[in-house]
Ligand binder design. Sequence first.
Ligand SMILES: NC(=O)CC[C@H](N)C(=O)O
Length: 191
Amino acid sequence: MKIGVLSLQGAVAEHIRMLEAAGATAVAVKKVDELEDLDGLVIPGGESTTISKLMHKYGFIEALREFGQARKPIFGTCAGAILLAKRINGQDDCHLGLMDIKVERNAFGRQKESFEVELPVAGVAADYPAVFIRAPYIMEVGEAGQVLAKYEEKIVAARQGHYLAAAFHPELTEDARLHQYFVDMVKEYRG
Ligand SMILES: NC(=O)CC[C@H](N)C(=O)O
């Protein structure tokens, strides 16, 4: 099983390390043709507008829509979740528009630009250390989706079939349980 980490911006090496800790082979993906033999993909955090520009420039928008539509699992963390979302609060357009969630960017305010809390994440852990950095939150999850975690009444992790979104940064901890959950999803969809 091989999982890619989109390598346009963000903590790519950290995601690779966590996926490998969860038993997968993981590779950095810089070009669309590298998607071909992958069973799943992680889209890391960073700045969603910057990553989106690079996605357009290198042909990833169409290629990742096809990847998702072929039921290959995608895990978006922080900016990655914004990129996956069908709706972004206050904006008319979205980026990939694959996952039926509505997100709000930079949702936790300046005074709390970055922080860590332990959260229960359904199916993953009762005490997952969630690191938030200028994080979005998920305002709505579509009917086919499932809320996995909340912080201060705000949804911060969700799943919809083969799509997984987290507002926080699971790669910046020593806890591989969320990556393990994604690796298990990839196994499930790979059959
Ligand atoms: N750490 C992150 O990925 C931050 C996301 C960023 N604030 C955005 O809107 O894209």
